[in-house]
Design a protein around this ligand. Structure first.
Ligand code: KG4
Ligand code: ZN
Length: 327
């Protein structure tokens, strides 16, 4: 069994996965969303303190598996340095106590393997990763074998939802809040600009769209619930249209035979529906992770770590470093 730890942002999570058949034997996550909600975003120092409380509590619940652990895996890149450190410290302590090897897992690779929890992997694939920290199109050939085809020039997709929610005083994380509000809104009331629409660049940009929302908000006197819903719906439509336009472009250039969307924001049902329709039109198979594994979790880190384990891809304790910006 592999014990895996995830603490790259605001979710403390530990999983135990059986190596032979990928079975998830234990998985628990304690999310800090409520604690950060009043600040409209993640406060790193607070997040690190909460990981220090939550991770040992979760580990205690997984105690029965410790004698069977063959390797300890941990997210060590990319993420918030002070929160990554909490997981890495725990992993190193377990490595010493249990005498088993260490595996460092890239968080983005973890998101890709969220597609294959309790399953064999199916690669190569073109993958759209949409989270709070990243918006990327990746050409994934195998474990740790990926090429970035497109990334964001400024904010990420998920981050733009967080910022729009913050502007409207709706709390954190903004993604699910905006998605829910958008269901009651008119997506055509505001015509927000689609970022990089007339640029041939294979890249994303969300800061302009966010600013357009800010200006629209400033122009409305006595903002009603319906105004907010219309803004949410119009913003979400523009944000997803931008993803779709650039992904279509990447498909024209790279003609993938398989496609998947991963990351916390891939839980957005409007996004899923639009991409499913477009992929069906083109006969490209599309996959998503199960909803429960879209946002940060240790199950995906454990699943990815099995690939490393099979390759003997271990790392010495002194070489396992926290790398906040690796991609
Ligand atoms: O993957 P994740 O849990 O953490 C990072 O690695 O960043 O993604 C969290 C991000 C947040 O920005 C959150 O607002 C966004 O994903 N998100 C969503 C939805 N659910 C979560 N964005 C849009 N629609 C959603 N339903
Ligand atoms: Zn993530």
């Amino acid at each position: 069994m592999i014990l895996s730890i995830e603490s790259s942002c605001d979710d403390s999570s530990i999983a135990v996965t059986r190596i032979s058949d990928y079975k998830l034997l234990f998985h628990k996550k304690i999310s800090q969303e409520l604690a950060h909600s009043e600040y409209g975003g993640v406060v790193p120092e607070l997040a690190s303190r909460l990981h220090a409380e939550a991770l040992p509590k979760i580990l205690e619940e997984a105690k029965e598996f410790l004698p069977h652990i063959k390797a300890v895996a941990v997210t060590n890149e990319p993420g918030l340095s002070v929160t990554l450190m909490e997981g890495v410290m725990m992993a190193k302590a377990l490595h010493l106590a249990l005498g088993v090897p260490l595996i460092g897992v890239n968080h983005l690779v973890g998101h890709i393997y969220s597609l294959f929890i309790e399953q064999e992997s199916r690669l190569p694939k073109m993958v759209l990763l949409v989270s709070g920290g990243h918006t990327m199109i990746l050409d994934v050939k195998g474990y740790n074998d990926l090429k970035v085809l497109a990334t964001t020039l400024d904010d990420s997709f998920g981050e733009s939802f967080d910022k729009v929610a913050k502007m409207m005083g709706l709390g954190y994380p903004g993604g699910p809040i905006i998605e829910k509000l958008a269901r009651q809104g008119d997506p055509n009331r505001f015509s927000f600009p689609i970022p990089l629409k007339s640029s041939s660049k294979l890249a994303f940009s969300y800061s302009g769209l966010k600013n357009a929302v800010r200006l629209a908000l400033e122009e409305i006197e006595n903002l009603s619930r319906q105004d907010m819903a219309d803004i949410a719906a119009s913003f979400q439509k523009a944000a997803i249209t931008h993803l779709l336009q650039k992904t279509k472009k990447a498909c024209e250039i790279y003609t993938p035979s398989d496609f998947a969307i991963v990351g916390g924001a891939s839980a957005n049902l409007a996004l899923r529906e639009i991409f499913e329709k477009e992929c069906a039109k083109r006969g490209i198979p599309i996959e998503f992770a199960k909803l429960e594994f879209c946002s940060d979790n240790a199950a995906m880190i454990g699943r990815a770590a099995i690939e490393a384990y099979k390759r003997g891809d271990f790392i010495a304790m002194e070489d396992l470093k926290v790398l906040p910006r690796s991609c």
